[in-house]
Design a protein around this ligand. Structure first.
Ligand code: ASC
Length: 153
């Protein structure tokens, strides 16, 4: 029992570290913020693509790999947002001005992605490809929803 409380305590502490770190991230230069968020999206997209290949039958389903990828996607989904700081709308970026003109709508799209990737991580842990398929489609919908409004082609 004591051990369980310790483990739960550690889990809460780790979540707090990840969340506070995600929200407190600071950048020296606008181009660093742009590079950071693009790096996060690149890792997220690569790991998500790995799950996509499995649910689309392009590569054999490996439950362990899929579960790990889904967990990485879940963590990544929390990280890019502070990097859309004021003054980072220009440069090597496809970010649309709407991000800064409609912050409420942008925040909603972030929250939707974070919620869907949490479900993706849960689905990854069931070891059932059907669960993964459903969660993959919902997460892809959240990606697309945000890209349609906030990323230029
Ligand atoms: C992916 C990926 C995206 C989304 C998006 C969904 O695999 O890299 O950006 O899915 O294409 O429509």
């Amino acid at each position: 029992m004591k051990k369980m409380i310790k483990i739960i305590g550690l889990g809460l502490w780790l979540s707090a570290v990840v969340l506070s770190n995600a929200s407190a991230q600071q950048f020296g230069k606008p181009e660093d913020a742009i590079k950071y968020r693009k790096s996060v999206f690149f890792v997220m997209g690569t790991q998500f693509g790995q799950i996509g290949s499995m649910v689309q039958g392009k590569v054999p389903y490996d439950p362990k790999v899929a579960a790990e990828s889904a967990s990485v996607v879940e963590v990544m989904s929390k990280l890019p947002w502070p990097a859309f700081a004021e003054g980072t709308d220009k440069g090597e970026t496809k970010a649309k001005g709407e991000i800064w003109m409609e912050p409420g709508k942008f925040k909603e799209a972030q929250d939707k992605l974070i919620a869907e990737t949490a479900k993706l991580a849960t689905a990854g842990k069931t070891g059932k490809i059907e669960d993964l398929k459903t969660a993959f489609a919902a997460t892809a919908g959240a990606c697309k929803n945000c890209h349609d409004s906030f990323r230029s082609k």
